[in-house]
Design a protein around this ligand. Structure first.
Ligand SMILES: Cc1cc2nc3c(=O)[nH]c(=O)nc-3n(C[C@H](O)[C@H](O)[C@H](O)COP(=O)(O)OP(=O)(O)OC[C@H]3O[C@@H](n4cnc5c(N)ncnc54)[C@H](O)[C@@H]3O)c2cc1C
Length: 292
């Protein structure tokens, strides 16, 4: 049986996670692990489950909030080339889950493959996008997925076929320990037409999001038939601030995290907004952002 020393080359101990997160706040990981190959990943996953070491996967950290005290166990980062390749064959695109969604969209467009345009401007990796079914009311990543290769707790890989996959509102049933590769089916179209639609989607998204120099993240899911941003706004909470965390006035479902803020500030603001919306509208806002 392997020991932790066997993985010394790929483990950073007590590694601050804030630099890897969109919001730039939060404590360290006991171990940040960057496997170089699928085989190394498999051995490490098997080891963690056998030794009951908590294991989490970090994508691009756009939908994550890490508590100030940090996280115990191992945090995997699939940033090495073994997990970041894209292959295009006909109308199908194969992508490692460490690929940035922006790169996936660009590669598809270059090959004259349409579909991903509505995802333009959504930050994150393919792995995070699959897990959270990234998208909006115009479309989501799930609708293009044909297969996903996953790794189980024994370090073995399996293929999840389309008919066993469920994609809902910012959620999927892809809850396997590690998502590895995805295959997407797209439609052929002219690269010019695709780029035009991408530009339109980009302009629309940027107009609604907080300014690009601000660290900000979407916090709540939209309740059925409602918009979380509208509920928060109507409660008069836009620009409300707790410590260094503030409700955005461009879209109240985004919280801006100012320099010097802590995760505690963000969590307190989440509690405040949730309880005010509950009192005013009797609607329970469900968190979209994952807290570690
Ligand atoms: C400015 C801004 C705008 C946004 N706009 C949108 C939007 O319009 N629509 C939308 O849907 N979302 C939006 N989001 C949220 C976020 O971009 C998406 O949820 C994105 O898909 C998260 O991807 P990520 O790689 O950053 O995942 P992370 O935040 O790193 O992780 C999210 C979850 O996925 C899991 N995960 C990641 N990779 C893997 C893997 N390989 N295997 C197993 N589990 C994995 C993590 O463990 C975690 O549970 C926005 C976020 C920001 C900051």
């Amino acid at each position: 049986m392997a020991g932790l020393d066997d993985f010394a080359d790929i483990i950073k101990r007590n590694e601050p996670l804030a630099p890897y997160l969109y919001l730039r706040v939060g404590g360290p990981a006991e171990m940040l692990v960057q496997p170089r190959s699928r085989e190394e990943l498999s051995r490490f996953v098997r080891y963690c489950f056998a030794e009951r070491i908590p294991l989490r996967v970090l994508g691009s950290g756009c939908n994550l909030l890490v508590r100030d005290e940090g996280v115990s166990g191992a945090v995997l980062r699939l940033s090495e080339p073994a997990f970041t390749t894209i292959r295009v064959e006909g109308n199908r695109v194969q992508a490692g889950t460490g690929v940035a969604v922006s790169n996936l969209i660009a590669q598809a467009a270059q090959h004259g493959l349409a579909g991903f345009e509505t995802l333009v401007g959504i930050p994150g990796s393919v792995g995070g996008a699959l897990r959270c079914n990234a998208g909006d009311r115009y479309g989501d990543i799930g609708q293009f997925v044909r297969q996903v290769e996953v790794m189980d707790s024994s370090g073995n890989t399996q293929i999840r076929e389309r008919d066993e996959l469920r994609f809902g509102e910012h959620a999927s049933n892809l809850d396997d320990p590690v998502l590895l590769t995805a295959w997407f089916q797209l439609e052929a179209d002219s690269p010019d037409a695709i780029v035009k639609r991408m530009r339109k989607a980009w302009i629309a998204r940027k107009a609604s999001q907080p300014l690009s120099f601000q660290a900000a993240a979407r916090i709540f899911k939209d309740p059925r038939g409602l918009r979380a941003a509208a509920l928060i706004e109507q409660t008069g909470l836009a620009r409300t601030r707790v410590g260094g965390a503030e409700v955005s006035d461009r879209d109240a479902n985004y919280f801006i995290v100012h320099p010097g803020a802590s995760t505690r500030d963000v969590l307190r603001l989440i509690d405040l907004v949730r309880s005010r919306v509950q009192e005013r509208f009797n609607v329970t806002l469900e968190q979209e952002i994952t807290v570690w």
